[in-house]
Design a protein around this ligand. Structure first.
Ligand code: FPP
Length: 275
């Protein structure tokens, strides 16, 4: 497989070694989701206006995408523009849309040559027409690629996603295709915008906020959370490796007890304890 060149930097030997160690150390997350936060504050700390932070954030998108593909992560979902972000000043919204079109224009061939599949979730029809066209173009160009799936959440919110799923299910009930009793976890999952991809194993939030901010509300039920104070434009691959190392140390129990916990306790003992 040809070396990945999204960043146009040859991969250093020390980075290759770091990646090899990480792969050997334990299971990698199949799906990493990221709330990219802190662009505005990053710019302000440098005495610049917020759009500088968003522009610098694109370099982090490139570096994190490249390193995920090199590592063998299968899915990377980035929260690039939330439903609530429409309420920002129109100059910032327009700037973000222009940045999106310019980034997709600059990166399309590069993504394709590196076998990366591009996709989006969210209310894409709310984006300006030129954005929609660019998104469609890059989605079509890369649709058969299978190295890493890079998904941008644009005009997205978790509540919107769930609401849409509920509407589709209601129509299916009304049309007699399913009964209300048929509705379970997996049927709901299969009606979300992420139906074709596994739930995130690891969710990273930059800039130190302890919130999910209406991101993949249903899909994050059992994701491992990693929060860093680093602002998104400073979040690069070395910190991604720290997040993955932290993930590899977690004991994922999915609400059950730790594997190997076999101590049998009789119900008489339990009744004595709680009475
Ligand atoms: C959050 O920082 C970031 C965003 C709302 C936009 C994210 C966009 C990018 C990284 C660049 C464009 C992306 C692509 C994929 C082309 P913030 O503005 O909320 O920062 P703050 O919390 O410091 O105000």
């Amino acid at each position: 497989m040809k070396p990945l060149t999204l960043t146009n930097n040859a991969q250093s030997d020390s980075d290759k070694r770091n990646q090899e160690k990480l792969v050997a150390a334990g299971e990698l997350p199949r799906h990493i989701a990221i709330i990219m936060d802190g662009n505005g504050r990053w710019a302000q700390t440098k005495g610049n206006i917020r759009i500088h932070g968003h522009k610098a954030g694109v370099d982090s998108v490139r570096d994190i995408t490249e390193s995920c593909a090199q590592l063998g992560v299968e899915h990377l979902t980035l929260y690039a523009f939330s439903t609530e972000n429409w309420n920002r000043p129109s100059a910032e919204v327009n700037g973000l849309m222009k940045l999106l079109v310019a980034s997709l224009r600059d990166e399309a061939e590069n993504l394709h040559e590196n076998n990366i599949r591009f996709s989006t979730i969210g209310q894409i029809e709310r984006l300006p027409v030129n954005c929609q066209k660019k998104i469609q173009e890059v989605t079509d160009l890369t649709k058969d690629n299978d190295r890493l799936q890079l998904c941008l959440a644009l005009s997205y919110s978790g509540r919107w996603d769930i609401t849409e799923a509920v509407k589709k299910l209601a129509v299916e009930v009304r049309n007699g295709n399913i009964n209300p009793e048929d509705i379970d976890d997996s049927l709901i999952s299969s009606h979300l915008s992420t139906a074709d991809i596994p739930d995130p194993d690891l969710i990273i939030r930059t800039s130190g906020e302890f919130r999910i901010s209406n991101f993949l509300l249903w899909q994050l039920a059992y994701s491992e959370l990693y929060i860093t104070k680093t602002y998104w434009p400073d979040f690069k691959r070395d910190e991604l490796y720290e997040a993955i190392k932290s993930f590899q140390k977690r004991d994922r129990r999915y609400g059950e007890v730790k594997k190997g916990y076999t101590k049998a306790i009789s119900s008489t003992v339990i009744n004595q304890i709680i009475s």
